[in-house]
Design a protein around this ligand. Sequence first.
Ligand SMILES: Nc1nc2c(c(=O)[nH]1)N[C@H]1C(S)=C(S)[C@@H](COP(=O)(O)O)O[C@H]1N2
Ligand SMILES: [Mo]
Length: 535
Amino acid sequence: MSGRGGDGSGGRRRGDGAAALAGVVAAGAGLALAELVAALIDPASSPVLALGGVVVDSVPPWLKDFAVEWFGTNDKLVLLLSMGVVLAAGAALAGVLERRRPPSGGVLLAVVGLALGVVAATRPGATPVWALPAVLGVGVGVVLLRALVARVPGTASAAVATGLPGDVVTGDPGHVADGASRRTFLTWTGATAAGAVVALVAARAASAGSRAVQVVRDAIRLPSPSTPAPAVPAGADLGIADVAPYVTPNDDFYRIDTALRVPQVDPATWTLRVTGLVDEPFELTWDDVLALPMTEHHLTLACVSNGVGGDLIGNALWLGHPLRELLARARPQAGADMVLSTSVDGFTAGTPLEVLTDPDRECLLAIGMNGEPLPEQHGFPARLVVPGLYGYVSATKWVTELKVTRFADDEGYWTPRGWSALGPVKLQSRIDVPRPGADLTAGEVVVAGVAWAQHTGVEAVEVSVDGGPWQAAELADTVGPDTWRQWRYTWDAAAGDHTVAVRATDADGQVQTADEAPPAPDGATGWHTVEVSVG
Ligand SMILES: Nc1nc2c(c(=O)[nH]1)N[C@H]1C(S)=C(S)[C@@H](COP(=O)(O)O)O[C@H]1N2
Ligand SMILES: [Mo]
């Protein structure tokens, strides 16, 4: 096989490598510029983030479960890295195509770039301006691609390049000196790559400079509650090392959401609309919310994706206005049975209207978490929290709309993705100590952890060793049925390998089932067991 223009196939392949590099560098520079423009317009308009958002929204449930199982909360990092690999492969292909059949590489890049612009401009909350980063990025990317590929040594059009300023080419333009042309190519490619890095650094600086939301959050003074929470009894925390504390510090609180970048919501422009099947739709500003009577309530939030023994659960003191009051003011119409809450980022949750209007359940439009304004990643400036329901059907962060509707007419984000429309939290218990595989000394061993049955309450916890009889554990205090409870059992451990199991009983007398169910579609069940060796 021989290449074109008398170029041997070895040279041609070598040229392909350089063209692929040119493609990656040119596309990378275009994307870097897009990041810079996005940082100036709205960081959410980044084409990479927009594409990632589309991928997150459209991954099939099995792939999502696989990703969470393998990568846990690093799943987003893995997604971004995989996207990077795919984009780099496409860019390399564009480079090779541009060299072999110009301008097909440039056309490929342009088509992908413009598609990214469309994707960005159609994300939830987007304006048409959000297409700009992708459009400018791809424009520059195509120009750079053509310029770099033209300088790939041995490319037919390389001769064209030799007349340009900056090229150090001596000799006959038709037979470009190999070393010189390689140097020219590397100079151009290196300069482009350096430009890309500069653009990325500038993009970072620009978005750091616009951390206005953080500043606003730090300046907020939360109203004091007209209905304060009861004090946490001293006995709620047994003070055992490595057992989850009764109240989870904000920094340790699990985070689950579909957002690749934490939404930055400025309270000054934020509003909450109450709409749908109501007689009195209305809208609240941030100042309106701050003026409402506030309730404080401890409640334990759990993720439906939490496997048995998992840690996607946390307990906090929430400050907010009761949702039943907001709904009463809107006056829901007959036939309505669901509230679809929507986030700035397009996430939605469908919550039974009956739960939200229940006079005995503290469902809150929350603005405070453990004495602080909501942290940005937990929904600043406002989110929902509902005792007794998994987060995916209730706990909308960065919430902007409550639409009173019907389960027959609307569905929350996760329902068409293979999760149940209704998500009451299932009775569960977890062993925090000893850790799996622990080497213990024979004698008294403290077995301890947490158990939860939100809104029903935990009544009892029992421990069984090696399938033996269930033994009652000591239960810690709690402020009420909406939080988890710590528990402790002192085990007289004999030498050997042992399996320790835990089960809870709720205040209705229901005993935690041994039947194992995976998280999908409505929450995991089964007993948490830990294997240890005692020496
Ligand atoms: N906007 C938005 N809100 C959301 C989600 C989301 O993806 N986007 N995920 C929900 C899920 S599945 C859970 S378990 C809780 C987690 O809340 P946290 O991150 O504050 O712990 O948020 C809920 N609220
Ligand atoms: Mo969740």
